[in-house]
Each structure stands twice: as structure tokens, then as C-alpha cells.
Design a protein around this ligand. Structure first.
Ligand SMILES: [Fe+2]
Length: 584
């Protein structure tokens, strides 16, 4: 049975195909359309899923959307009426989207695919998040936690899931406008970053500050012992404005918002030098980033601890956009009382497409489980012929053997070159995990600056992540949790403290003593593992700096021509693409 899952019309549209409950293909629309966070109907991602499986739309038994439009419309209309006339711009902006797209989604899907409307189903947003984590996990039973900005009305849920029979009972929920995700996004906007994009930047900025605004934060958001929140809405305007998410009262308390172009120099760590007043202004913003990060960690930990106490569960499945906060995830793993946590790589809204399809297969149709999501490589791959035609006339060299390719790449890395690394199927989720990656030698601190400024063109404070062979992970990180059993470590969703000696050897991926780890087992990606192993043999350090293969503001590359284009316009030194090597 073929079930297509779709998420769209908010941000990060995606499509996923299940065949008899087994994941076959999954991709975000942005990789094909080249529009970052593309929210539109994922026509290209659907086309890829169907072509990958060699099926036609008429072969689909069900097409499942990751949220229910009517309750969402109810929230939109309720907010409009409650906050009129302040909500007039929200209404104008939103009404067009509702009239043009969201209201007619069932007909649109049926027409696009030429299928019966009765085949189009809807699953609640947080249920889709919950299902995406539990039905990808190896756990037969688990506690479930979902936290995001907002779905239909829910902003966080908790409950339990079981496998025989397959069921998910979300017994508790927090509702809009009380939302940990929207609180974090409000600070993201205040700190000069784009919402649903810059949350990572707030997390990256946080270690440069001190959380000295926690009492002010408690004033705007009251945190209960069970982790639930009560926002004081006089500080916020997201409930009635699509332009600005905070009020004058908020700026009276926290100061003026940060200009997005403000150079980030704090006088701390490795942010460089600058005038004293600039340092002080930035320190204020870094302290705010540290405060909202700490508040979020505290809130999540309270939620997770409450969930553990009330369910007694040993396992926790966690999903929703907030589950991409890798610093908070490690605190949750360490302190909430669970033995193991599972987060699938597309924990945000794109992942709802996967959970919606799985919910139909396992819960509505009652089918047993037979799938665990062990790796993230579910996107499109390209043959050597396709790569070769994209590279025609560039002078790229076909490397004859696997051994030679690895040897050449190691030699390039050791000599300080920065590599574009393009192999196999692209990754599911926002992280590059070795198939669409930029790789570099992490043994010098300078490499961080080189990759940030010449290649990624991004902010100097943003850290880079290490990839480490699974067999070396426990020796290199301080982790009583047996990291090799923790799936989020595979997907770069845990920030862990380095063991002192190991951390000193890799300053390029050592962010104030921590690293956002990707652990790698050979069977998940043999070529990438081999590169890492041979780099370790050549240098004594089996660690590479890994960041996504894109430049600032663009989606991660998908096709060989995307890779070539990014290679040319960035400061990348060498491109390894399939079996080809292209230098500059
Ligand atoms: Fe969500």
C-alpha cells in the first residue's frame, strides 16, 4: 500500500512516501524549488517521491496532510475577531492565503494528483509530530512530547505511545497563545534574525552571554512546575500581527531590537575586536540570547520531567520545531529521568508529512510496526552519468577507485583545503549529515573563520559541528548516557561537552567546550565513514568539521548543478561529487 504524506502552506513544505509502512522517499520542497523554507504545495517533492518508487498518482491509496485546516481557520478567525481592529493586517495577510490555498487543500491535492477526494485525509498537527517520532523510533512503548510554535491550537502536547496495538494518546496539551516556540521565535525576531530560520543563530549566540534576564523573562512568561507556560500577552503582538511579534511594553523591558546588520563583537571568546560601545550593545543581545535559551531549557526540562514522573516511561520520543534545539535536547537527555530519547532528523514541520502518513498506516489502518529510521538519507540521488553531464567542460577528473578518492580527499583536507562533499541521496531534515556537506580540518581555530566568512558568508559567532566515528564517540565526549545508543546524536541534535584532551585537538568544532555531535556508523554511510577513518589515521584526530553545503540564505544543494553553482560562487577549494574531483 502506497501512502503519500504532505506538509505545506506554513513553512518547510515536504513530501514523504511510505510503501507498506516502510519509508521509501522523503524530501523538502526547498531542495528542488531552491526557495529557502518553501511553504508552497510540494509538487516537486511529490514528483520525486513517486518517481523514486516508480509509481503513478493512481497507485496511491491515501494522501495525508499534516494538519487539519478547519481548526486552524477557527484560530485565525477567533484571533481576528478578538483583537479587531489591531488584527486588521493579520486578517488581510492571512485571508488571502486562506481563500487562495488553505481552504481548498483537499480539492487541490485531488486535482493535482488526479485522485478521488476521498483518498485525501488529515491528521492533527501535533499528532503528526508525535507519530513521526514514535513510529520512526526503535521503542515498543514510549512517552511522547511535542513542542513547537503552534499547530491548529496546540503548542505542546504530551502523552504515551504503544506498539501493540499501535496507539498514541496525547493526554495533555498547551494551547495558543501560550507557546514556548512562539516565545523563542519572538526573541529570534527581536535579536534581528528571521523567524523559523534564525532560531539556530540565537542558540549559537547564547554561549557568548550570561542569562541575566531570567527575572524579566519570568515577568513576560510564567512557567509552571509541569512546564506549562502562561504568557502575559501585553508584551506580545504575534496573536494579532503578522508583521511584529512584540509590543512597546516588551521593548521598554528589553531595550530596542537588534539591527540585523549589527556586527557581532562582544569582547568575549573569539568574536574579534571592535569599539567598546559596540561590544557593550552586543553583550546586551548575547545576554538576552543566553536568557531565552536558558528559559527554554528550563521549561523543556520541567515538561519532560513531569512527563517522566507521570508515565514512569524509560523512553521519550520528542518532536516539533523546539526539538531541533540541540542544546536543550542534551539537558533533557541528561536530567529528565529518561534512559533514551528519540528525535527524527526532520523534527520540525516538514517531518509532519512523515508522521501523518505513519499515523494512517499504523493507527487508522492498524498495521504493526516494521520500520526504524536509522539514518537520514531519503532524498534524491544522482547517477555518475547525470553528474558527468553537469560537469561537462569543467575539467573535473574521474577518480578510478574508491581508495584513490579517499586518499586524495584526505590529502586535500590535511593541506587545509575546504571540500564540497556531494554523495548519494540528500538528507531528510535541516542538517547536512555527510551527503551534501562542506568538510574541513577542525584542528585549527582559523578554519572556523575561513569557512564562516569565505565559504558560507555567515555570522562569525555561528559554530560548526563535528562528525566522529561512532566507535570513538564515548571516549571523546563526556557522556554518562552511552551516546552510541542515542539516536539524536546521529542526526546532529545533541550538543555534548568534549573531553578536555579531545576538545583541545579540534578548536574549529569546539564551541565553549561543547560540540554539536554527529556520530557515524560505517553501515549508514560507508564512503563518509572511510573518509573520516583515513583522516583520523593521517592526523591522529578522527574528527571532521561538517556544515551544510549551501551559502547563507540558500537551501542546501540538491542536484549536481546546484553543487557546481555553489562551488563557483563560494570560496570552496575542491568539489568531490560522486566519483569526480573538481579543483579551482
Ligand atoms: Fe509544528
Amino acid at each position: 500500500m502506497n501512502i503519500l504524506g504532505i506538509s505545506c502552506y506554513y513553512h518547510d513544505a515536504a513530501a514523504v512516501l511510505l510503501q507498506d509502512g516502510i519509508l521509501v522517499a522523503a524530501a523538502q520542497e526547498e531542495r528542488f524549488s531552491r526557495i529557502k523554507h518553501d511553504p508552497s504545495y510540494p509538487r516537486l517533492a511529490i514528483k520525486f517521491c513517486l518517481e523514486h518508487a516508480g509509481i503513478k498518482p493512481s497507485d496511491l491509496e491515501y494522501v495525508v496532510l499534516h494538519e487539519k485546516p478547519m481548526p486552524k481557520l477557527e484560530r485565525f478567525l477567533t484571533c481576528t475577531l478578538r483583537y479587531w481592529p489591531q488584527a486588521s493586517s493579520l486578517f488581510q495577510d492571512g485571508a488571502i492565503g486562506w481563500m487562495k490555498q488553505k481552504l481548498w487543500i483537499r480539492s487541490r491535492v485531488a486535482e493535482e494528483l488526479g485522485i478521488d477526494r476521498g483518498k485525501v485525509l488529515f491528521v492533527e498537527h501535533h499528532m503528526a509530530h508525535a507519530a513521526s517520532a514514535f513510529f520512526c523510533s526503535p521503542f515498543s512503548e514510549s512517552a511522547v512530547l511535542t513542542v513547537d510554535g503552534v499547530g491548529e491550537w496546540a503548542t505542546a502536547t504530551m502523552g504515551v505511545a504503544t506498539s501493540s496495538p499501535c496507539s498514541i494518546n496525547l493526554s495533555h496539551e498547551m494551547r495558543f497563545p501560550d507557546s514556548l516556540g512562539l516565545l523563542y521565535s519572538t526573541f529570534t525576531a527581536f535579536l534581528g534574525f528571521e523567524v523559523n530560520e534564525g532560531e539556530y543563530k540565537v542558540m549559537g549566540m547564547a554561549p557568548y552571554g550570561e542569562p541575566r534576564f531570567l527575572s524579566e523573562l519570568n515577568q513576560v512568561a510564567h512557567l509552571n512546575e509541569d512546564g506549562s507556560l502562561r504568557l502575559d500577552l501585553s508584551y506580545f503582538s504575534f496573536q494579532y500581527s503578522s508583521q511584529r511579534s512584540f509590543t512597546k511594553r516588551f521593548t521598554d523591558l528589553f531595550g530596542q531590537p537588534r539591527d540585523s546588520d549589527l556586527e557581532f563583537v562582544t569582547g568575549r571568546f573569539d568574536t574579534g575586536d571592535g569599539p567598546e560601545d559596540l561590544k557593550q550593545r552586543n553583550q546586551h543581545y548575547a545576554d538576552l540570547a543566553a536568557s531565552i535559551q536558558k528559559f527554554t531549557e528550563d521549561a523543556l526540562l520541567k515538561m519532560a520531567t513531569h512527563l517522566q514522573h507521570t508515565t514512569g516511561a524509560r523512553n521519550c520520543c520528542f518532536a516539533g520545531g523546539v526539538a531541533l534545539n540541540s542544546v536543550a535536547n542534551s539537558k533533557l537527555l541528561r536530567s529528565a529521568g529518561f534512559d533514551r530519547i528519540y528525535i527524527q532528523p526532520a523534527a520540525g514541520d516538514s517531518g509532519g508529512a512523515l508522521g501523518a502518513a505513519q499515523y494512517v498506516w499504523h493507527v487508522l489502518l492498524g498495521n504493526p510496526r516494521s520500520f526504524v529510521l536509522e539514518h537520514a538519507f531519503w532524498g534524491q540521488s544522482y547517477s555518475n552519468e547525470e553528474i558527468s553531464s553537469a560537469l561537462a567542460g569543467t575539467g573535473a577528473e574521474l577518480i578510478a577507485t574508491e581508495d584513490e578518492l579517499i586518499e586524495r580527499a584526505v590529502r586535500d583536507l590535511v593541506s587545509g583545503k575546504v571540500l564540497g562533499w556531494f554523495q548519494g541521496r540528500f538528507e531528510w531534515g535541516p542538517r547536512s549529515l555527510g551527503n551534501r556537506s562542506i568538510l574541513a580540518d577542525p584542528r585549527s581555530i582559523e578554519m572556523k573563520g575561513i569557512v564562516n566568512s569565505k565559504i558560507k558568508f555567515r555570522e562569525p559567532f555561528r559554530p560548526f559541528a563535528p562528525v566522529v566515528p561512532e566507535e570513538c564517540v564515548d571516549a571523546m565526549f563526556v557522556s554518562p548516557e552511552n551516546l552510541t545508543e542515542q539516536y539524536p546524536a546521529r542526526f546532529m541534535l545533541l550538543v555534548m561537552p568534549w573531553e578536555d584532551e579531545a576538545g583541545k585537538k579540534v578548536p574549529g568544532v569546539n564551541h565553549q567546550g561543547t560540540g554539536r555531535l554527529q556520530s557515524l556508523r560505517r553501515e549508514w554511510n560507508p564512503r563518509y565513514h572511510s573518509l573520516l577513518k583515513h583522516f583520523g589515521e593521517a592526523t591522529g584526530v578522527p574528527v571532521l568539521m561538517n556544515t551544510s553545503f549551501n551559502v547563507r540564505g540558500e537551501p542546501i544543494v540538491a542536484s549536481p548543478s546546484d553543487a557546481l553553482c555553489t562551488f563557483r560562487k563560494s570560496g570552496l577549494d575542491v568539489l568531490y561529487i560522486g566519483d569526480y574531483r573538481l579543483g579551482k
